[in-house]
Design a protein around this ligand. Sequence first.
Ligand SMILES: [Mn+2]
Length: 195
Amino acid sequence: MSRTVEVARKTGETDIQIKLDLDGSGVCDIDTGVPFFDHMLNAFGRHGQFDLTVHAAGDVEVDAHHTVEDTGIVLGEAFCQALGDKAGITRFADSTIPMDETLVMAAVDISGRGQAYCDLPLPTERVGSFDTELAVEFFYAFARDAQLTLHVRELAGENSHHIIEAAFKATGRAMRFACEMDPRVKGVPSTKGTL
Ligand SMILES: [Mn+2]
């Protein structure tokens, strides 16, 4: 069964197309017009072993806010669609990623309830031209529209680039294992029978 979807969303602020294969091998084609964000989505896809195409054109002349948030919305929607009725998935997973002095943990429950809890102190307001506060805006939008519970927690860190990158890698890797099919899981992995 293929778990590949294509999702497009166009508003007055952004025009986004995403193609996602949950069972890919980390092949990514990312172009959002926000170079640091491209770097982060590449890290997410690569370490999640997802095949991921993201093409986004947003009003970056304002700032990157709409592009980053709306990409989170569409990527979340893509995961939600690709997971379908969630039968046979692993559901829970976590990953803790070190990057030099930085250590970030991400934990995922594909719960059917969209919510993110981020404890991600960032020492600088910007990495290059990227507003670092947009990192959590992405995670909030992504978790909400993917309808999953996501915790992202910085356990150590001094460098904003490392902290954000470790957060994207940890979330990608946790998503990989949470989305993976578990042959021992029969039906939807919930005592309620639905997610
Ligand atoms: Mn980097």
